[in-house]
Design a protein around this ligand. Structure first.
Ligand SMILES: C[S@@+](CC[C@H](N)C(=O)[O-])C[C@H]1O[C@@H](n2cnc3c(N)ncnc32)[C@H](O)[C@@H]1O
Length: 255
């Protein structure tokens, strides 16, 4: 979910305040109504626009799904395009065959990954809300990659535990963590077991709209994210890069 990628959330406007609370309930988050929803329309940062104009090569199917998602009141939840492109490039570099998506929403990044995987590649896509996925599924089908997507509609932690029980530890090349924030540490620990040595775990929203700078006592999500950032900084099981892209993404390279 982006924040520095101004164009999407700037377009949301005050009308989104009502759905903000609904979004919080739906995805198990408690949003601060003041941020970033309902903020006055901001001018697009020209440098950010330049980066987008001169770096993005969005597949037509992804563009179609992005435009479909842009009509959704919770569109702010979609991964930012720059980040999706970076993750696809990393997965290509890894010659990835097996990918985990924790938090699908309308399936932009699921499609993004399915498009670059080989014919026998697989994205295990975890979400609890099939209504969101039904928006993207026709585009997956049209793009001819639906067969690469193994959709699991249940709490992601359950799916990850099932994969481990099924002997799939060390078999995934790439994992993207982008669901309920208070479960991030549980997702991270399981992903560390499921991803192979040399594989990558990407964690989205690690800056959490800048709130990690000063976590408030009653803001458990920010506290959780900040503590996890601190833990990962000292985690000798991985090498890391934290990028101020979108709402912040940490790339953890498993050693
Ligand atoms: C920020 S969105 C994911 C965006 C997505 N990665 C993309 O490419 O646009 C978060 C998603 O996590 C899902 N979610 C929330 N809690 C979950 C849970 N416990 N298990 C699985 N999915 C969950 C929500 O339904 C929502 O679709």
């Amino acid at each position: 979910m982006p924040i520095f990628n101004i164009s999407k959330e700037a377009a949301i406007g005050t009308a989104a305040l009502g759905v903000t609370f609904a979004a919080g309930l739906l995805i198990g988050r408690r949003y601060h109504p003041a941020l970033p929803f309902g903020t006055p329309k901001r001018k697009k940062d020209p440098l950010q626009q330049y980066v987008q104009d001169y770096s993005l090569r969005e597949h037509p199917a992804l563009k179609k799904l992005r435009l479909l998602t842009s009509d959704h009141p919770l569109r702010i939840m979609m991964v930012c395009i720059e980040q999706a492109q970076l993750m696809a490039n990393l997965a290509r570099l890894l010659e990835a065959k097996k990918v985990l998506e924790i938090g699908v929403f309308t399936g932009y990044n699921t499609l993004n990954m399915a498009l670059i995987l080989p014919v026998d590649g697989k994205v295990v896509a975890c979400d609890i809300n099939e209504d969101f996925i039904n928006i993207g599924r026709p585009v997956w089908r049209e793009a001819g990659v639906e067969h690469k997507i193994d959709l699991r509609i249940k709490p992601a932690i359950q799916t990850l535990d099932e994969l481990l029980a099924n002997g799939e530890a060390g078999t995934f090349d790439f994992a993207f963590i982008d669901a309920d924030k208070e479960s991030y540490n549980d997702y991270y620990e399981r992903c560390l077991r499921l991803v192979r040595k040399g594989g990558i775990i990407a964690l989205d929203n690690v800056l959490w709209h800048g709130r990690v700078l000063k976590p408030q006592k009653d803001d458990l999500e920010t506290q959780h994210l900040h503590q996890l950032n601190e833990k990962i900084l000292h985690d000798t099981r991985v090498n890391i890069s934290m990028l101020a892209m979108g709402d912040g993404v940490t790339l953890a390279f498993k050693l």
